[in-house]
Design a protein around this ligand. Structure first.
Ligand code: SF4
Ligand code: SF4
Length: 450
């Protein structure tokens, strides 16, 4: 695809003067620094081919340039926040691919996230929207509540009623059907918590560091095995690992949902909870949020400096492992895989090479490049539940590329991507297993788990 240089072509009815008598009303009061971000956009269009929503529907208003135009228009009082306008902003995945593509350094995510916070005062009137958002903000972010929510589905799985659950899922509203379809099979009825401390068991007898492990909410309920594998690798590399008991949700679900104060509250609690050299995580979305605390708490006199210090200590597991002098993994894995870049690892954290280099250390593992590997799969946190149609279209696009590689295993460093791609592959009858890079590394170091 070649970059477009056509001028903005905003859909009729979105731009133009505000209604009569309302000419000075600004629907969106952006902070000066955020407003200046919008002015940095020179409308070159180089970001358009990188944008998943624009690539899918070709609408300028669903492109980064179009959305910047809308947000600036709202801030200038030239555009009103009609349902059509907010729908274009809501359809953005906040995947940040446009930031990677932008030569002018527009920090788009701060613009869209602040706009969402300031436009979110509008009440959600649909019952189903209220219910789904209630589950996002008050259940997904609390491990115990999430375990309770999943318990009936887990019991049904254990009783062999999986097919009935799948069929009944089709009677549910699309968001709840999607939630049900993403539940990984074979999980325990009630996932146990991690220990508070895991001592180093260095392969060469050298203790290297003490790291705090950030477990994540969904991660510690549905992917605790990946958390345990991560800790085992860190121990093997010579790290003591602490799991701070007072850690909470990273705040990403609230922040991306326009709920700034709860997100700040989570950030302060996590800053208080961790006092280690590094704070390590294995979930791209959580890692990106943890690294954004410095920005989130920039105006908090008690936490601004501590948030900067915290942010500097956050590492994705794939960033830290290569620094720990790990030996060559002893167990070969004879498999063909492909690698999907999670947006919040590739675009938000700019981590693309380390996971590939780590996987490259595994003998006999063949990795086939994936076309559009860094284009969003449609998961995007809770986007696949709030925007199920676009999320499905993007998953189908991703799966078409995965099928072309011939690989039966897709590797990705984000649990949200893993659940979304896996559930869409199942729906479409695609024979595919989606795994975290840590799981392959664990197998390569310690052999297949019993
Ligand atoms: S964040 Fe992603 S979906 Fe949103 S405008 Fe940028 S590239 Fe498009
Ligand atoms: S956001 Fe960046 S790449 Fe996109 S149109 Fe503006 S200046 Fe160009």
């Amino acid at each position: 695809m070649t970059p477009t240089t056509t001028p903005p072509r905003i859909i009729t009815g979105l731009s133009g003067p505000p209604p009569e008598g309302d000419s000075h009303q600004r629907a969106l009061q952006l902070e000066q620094q955020t407003y200046d971000r919008a002015l940095d956009c020179v409308h070159c269009g180089l970001c358009l081919p990188a944008c998943p929503t624009y690539t899918e529907n070709g609408l300028e208003a669903d492109s980064p340039r179009g959305r910047i135009y809308l947000m600036k228009g709202l801030a200038d009082g030239k555009i009103q926040p009609t349902e059509t306008v907010t729908n274009h902003l809501d359809l953005c995945l906040d995947c940040r691919a446009c930031e990677t593509a932008c030569p002018s350094g527009v920090v788009y995510h701060e613009l869209i996230e602040e706009s969402r916070v300031k436009l979110s005062t509008k009440k959600r009137t649909r019952m189903m929207d209220r219910l789904v958002h209630g589950v996002f903000f008050h259940v997904f972010t609390k491990r115990r509540r999430l375990k309770l929510l999943l318990l009936p589905a887990r019991i049904a799985q254990k009783l062999g009623l999986g097919r009935i659950i799948e069929k009944s899922g089709r009677l549910l509203p699309v968001q709840l059907e999607k939630m049900q379809s993403m539940l990984p099979p074979d999980g325990p009825l009630w996932e146990s918590n991690l220990n508070k401390f895991y001592p180093a068991t260095p392969h060469d007898g050298v203790k290297r560091s003490t790291v705090g492990f950030f477990a994540g909410c969904v991660g510690s309920v549905l992917f605790q095995h990946v958390n345990r594998q991560t800790i085992a690798l860190l121990n093997h590399a010579g790290c003591d690992v602490t799991v701070a008991p007072l850690q909470t949700c990273c705040g990403a679900i609230d922040h991306h949902g326009g709920r700034l104060e709860p997100a700040k509250c989570y950030a302060r609690k996590n800053i208080d909870a961790f006092d280690t050299d590094y704070i390590v995580n294995n979930i791209a979305g959580c890692g990106a949020m943890l690294k954004d605390y410095a920005h989130l708490l920039r105006d908090d006199p008690n936490y601004a400096q501590r948030a900067r210090d915290f942010t500097n200590r956050v590492r994705d597991i794939s960033e830290l492992l290569p620094q720990l002098e790990m030996p060559q993994p002893p167990h070969p894995i004879e498999q063909t895989i492909t690698y999907h870049d999670a947006c919040h690892l590739a675009h938000a954290q700019k981590v693309t090479k380390p996971p590939r280099q780590l996987l490259g250390t595994i003998a006999k593992l063949q990795m086939i490049d994936l076309v559009e590997s860094d284009m969003c799969c449609g998961a995007a946190g809770t986007y696949n539940l709030s925007q199920p149609i676009m999320a499905r279209e993007l998953a189908e696009r991703k799966l078409q590329h995965v099928i072309q590689t011939g690989a039966k295993t897709c590797v990705t460093g984000n649990v949200g991507c893993a659940m979304h791609i896996q559930s869409e592959a199942k729906r479409l009858g695609v024979d595919l297993k989606v795994v975290h890079p840590v799981s392959l590394l664990h197998e390569a170091y310690f052999g297949i788990e019993e």
